[in-house]
Design a protein around this ligand. Sequence first.
Ligand code: AP5
Ligand code: MG
Length: 213
Amino acid sequence: MNLLIMGLPGAGKGTQAAKIVEQFKVAHISTGDMFRAAIANQTELGLLAKSYMDGGNLVPDEVTNGIVKERLGQEDIKATGFLLDGYPRTIEQAHALDAALAELGISLDGVINIEIDPAKLQERLSGRIIHKATGETFHKVFNPPAEGYNEEDYYQREDDKPESVARRLEVNISQSQPIIEHYRSKGLVHDIEGDQDIEEVYAEIEKVLSNLK
Ligand code: AP5
Ligand code: MG
């Protein structure tokens, strides 16, 4: 299956992606994770991405389109399928993705659109904690690690500070609607209610994906 997962910052894309990938064995391609890995490795791409990400702005389309196209062209993708998380984020990226997929002879099977009231997102992002050793995402209140936690084993994302969150929401709200409409016109979009428990959100997604298989 070849899928997109869309939703505003904090909607739960990464949380649901981890579950989808585990069950349906598709490759998880998160542009945010790719940029954060490049930052951690202090590559040229990382330096560039950081200058945009810390302020909550988008990395330029030509850079992002390039890394996604390269990843989609790798050997494993045709065998496993993919779940793109956080891409496309502009209508130009959606058009670039259409072109890249056409060139590779791959078609999209569905778009998971997690809907949520933006007013709920600040508390999702301010409480997010990420396990340093495994990269797994939790939430201090909504999804705490089962065994409890030591603060020093977890970190918070640079762009989860309030100033960056406000800008991320502004940028993403203004860009996302045309993208959803683009895929809706192709009959690919499945709307999912994001304001429910993590397991309830996943149950809706699982139903959709089981019907697509
Ligand atoms: P990216 O990493 O994609 O961040 P984002 O879109 O802002 O989304 P998040 O990862 O913050 O949220 P999420 O939806 O994954 O939520 P999560 O599951 O973690 O992008 C970061 C930056 O990189 C961008 O700002 C940009 O600069 C750059 N970038 C990336 N892609 C780009 C592109 N295509 N073009 C240009 N630039 C790009 O959940 C959030 C929290 O809520 C967690 O703590 C979780 O435990 C909790 N939670 C999840 N679900 C629930 C639930 N149902 N109930 C209660 N709590 C929940
Ligand atoms: Mg994410």
